[in-house]
Design a protein around this ligand. Structure first.
Ligand SMILES: Nc1ncnc2c1ncn2[C@@H]1O[C@H](COP(=O)(O)OP(=O)(O)O)[C@@H](O)[C@H]1O
Ligand SMILES: [Mg+2]
Length: 267
């Protein structure tokens, strides 16, 4: 059964896209076939950071009914991507039926991949939450700024209240040290558990590193650069911990799975 991982944060600039593309690249290289889905639909930038020029994208699936298989684009190191479109205002507030149709369409790719990594947009809009809630692992990127903390909390609240998710994986980004990352996570976890009966699992951290900034300028992700061993080891550790963390068992509509029992919490 293919595994799906969605990367969220609530906040823009927390490092969702950086984490998602690099995780997808590392999984593809080390563990099995991966597909990167750019679910930041209208402001997509994953393909730019992967230096890829797909001829078709998600908009072609949703608007023109192109089969999702035909939109798969071969990126660096054999990673396949389902690109979004940049500046497509029609896709910014995708309605629920279109989001459902897309998740359904992705089910047809089960034989094409072992791992699906989904990059999501900032904010906790309904389509962003649906794309994340459909994954086996709902990952929240936490950064050590007041806004990052609040937005990561809002993401968990949205996943819990709107989709009944009770298992969340947390990755700390841009940490100065292992201790700082761990301490930020513990404070976050305490806050979350005070207000919601959920489980939050720590899945490691990415150090603050100039290499990520340089990668965004050169469009050569750290996962593909031999000089970025520290970052790659951190990414492999994160991938391992995410995949070992408890599965999201809530939500009706899922990537690659029959619907588990619906568990929506009406608060
Ligand atoms: N661990 C990191 N260290 C330093 N810079 C980072 C790190 N992770 C991401 N960045 C940089 O932060 C900026 C925002 O990252 P991005 O992945 O686009 O965030 P998001 O997708 O959440 O908006 C980019 O310039 C990226 O290179
Ligand atoms: Mg992004």
């Amino acid at each position: 059964m293919s595994k799906s991982i969605a990367i969220t944060s609530g906040k823009g600039g927390a490092g969702k896209t950086s984490l998602a593309i690099n995780l997808a690249l590392r999984l593809n290289e080390k563990r099995g076939k991966a597909i990167f889905l750019d679910a930041d639909f209208g402001m997509a930038n994953g393909h730019i950071l992967l230096k890829s020029r797909p001829t078709l994208d998600i908009m072609d699936v949703l608007v023109d009914g192109v089969p999702v298989r035909d939109v798969l684009h071969l990126g660096p190191k054999g990673l396949r991507l389902l690109a979004g479109r940049t500046g497509a205002t029609e896709l910014l507030n995708l309605d629920d039926s279109k989001t459902e149709a897309l998740i359904q369409a992705i089910n047809t790719l089960e034989d094409e991949c072992d791992y699906l990594v989904v990059d999501t947009s900032a904010g906790a809009e309904s389509n962003t939450l649906a794309c994340a809630a459909a994954a086996d692992h709902f990952v929240v990127v936490l950064v050590g700024q007041a806004t990052g903390f609040v937005d990561a909390y809002a993401m968990i609240k949205g996943g819990f209240k709107q989709h009944g998710i009770t298992n969340f994986s947390v990755v700390v980004n841009m940490a100065e040290s292992k201790e700082e990352a761990q301490s930020l996570f513990e404070t976050f976890k305490k806050t979350v558990l005070r207000f919601m009966p959920v489980q939050v699992d720590y899945c490691g951290y990415l150090p603050y590193s100039r290499a990520f900034y340089n990668a965004a300028v050169s469009c050569h992700p750290v996962a593909t650069q031999p000089a970025c061993q520290v970052e790659q080891t951190a990414l492999d550790n994160i991938a391992d911990r995410i995949l070992k963390s408890p599965l999201n068992r809530a939500m009706a509509q899922r990537y690659f799975q029959d619907a588990p029992q619906q568990n929506v919490i009406n608060l």
